[in-house]
Design a protein around this ligand. Sequence first.
Ligand code: S3P
Length: 174
Amino acid sequence: MGSKKNIVLIGFMGVGKGSVAREVLQHSKYMAIDTDDVIESMENQKIKKIFESEGEEYFRELEKNVSLWLQNSVKDTLISTGGGFYKVKNLKKIGTIVLLDSPFDEIIKRIKNHPNAANKLKKRPLLSDLKAAKKLYETRRPEYLALADVVLDVTNKSANDCAKELLKKVKKYA
Ligand code: S3P
């Protein structure tokens, strides 16, 4: 323990950060956490409810608090993040940044093909308007790319293949 740098998964909503993270765990000894899960458990409220009752700005403040804790207290861990988490100032100090990348239409197709698609859409307030979501994607993608140490194109790949590719690519940053 104590020898591995954290891996931080960033990327747009629905690109498969959670699925890839779960597969990485099958092939490695990382611990794992998800920033949305940390926030939900600390607030004892679902993300959707936090957006509704406290607003997006409040949620972004929670992300900042989580980012400081990650930087100071978390190691050997695969950290999956919400799609907007990358905006925290200390992102690069948390670990090796891995972008899961795919075109917007492929991401939406992926969500819609999921057996639990309705729920996947419902729980993400920023996906309720697809036109606005596409705009957000276009703004964010160059920002994601600028921060990434490793870019992983996940289009039409299984989570298992993505995980194997990821582990190969992060080796040199470990
Ligand atoms: C958000 C993405 C969500 C969640 C929140 C805001 C965003 O996480 O953090 O709804 O700003 O892109 P996922 O990327 O896991 O959907």
